[in-house]
Design a protein around this ligand. Structure first.
Ligand code: HEC
Length: 124
């Protein structure tokens, strides 16, 4: 009986995560367009980072409303919060930083792409 319950929980989780992935795609059509998992695509600010920020962060980090006083509307601002460690630690949900986006982590490819952009010294 216990095993059946565990199996049911695992199955429900798998099912739920499958559905979540579908709705993520539906909610973020541009992510399909920029395809953050395409490794041939350059991790420049204009070709991918800006779009990831626009679709996942800008609603709370713009000139009118900047959560935590963090405005992420320009290259210089995104570079600043990347180089001071706040963006990478927040998107990795490391302790000591506010997890960003607050409710749901970015897709793994998006996180990797931002990290790659930082490693490559913030290409514009
Ligand atoms: C729903 C609104 C919302 C979204 C979406 C959001 N943020 Fe935030 N962010 C906040 C708020 C509010 C704060 C201030 C700290 C707090 O209250 O959690 C904050 C704080 C931050 C900080 C400072 C963190 C620290 O610990 O000093 C960074 C960096 C940040 N956000 C980056 C991002 C990035 C990058 C994204 C997108 C991947 C994002 N945020 C998406 C609301 C949001």
């Amino acid at each position: 009986m216990k095993n059946k319950i565990v199996l049911l929980i695992v199955f429900t989780f798998l099912l739920a995560s499958g559905c979540y992935y579908d709705s993520f795609e539906a909610l973020h059509p541009l992510d399909g367009y920029i395809n953050p998992c395409d490794t041939t695509l350059q991790s420049t600010y204009t070709s991918s980072i800006q779009l990831i920020i626009t679709y996942n962060c800008i609603s709370c980090h713009n000139a009118t409303y900047a959560g935590g006083n963090v405005n992420l509307t320009t290259y210089d601002q995104v570079k600043l919060y990347s180089s001071n460690g706040k963006i990478p630690n927040s998107i990795l949900r490391n302790s000591g930083y506010n997890p960003m986006p607050p409710t749901q982590a970015l897709a793994a490819c998006q996180t990797q792409r931002i990290q790659q952009w930082i490693t490559n010294n913030y290409p514009q």
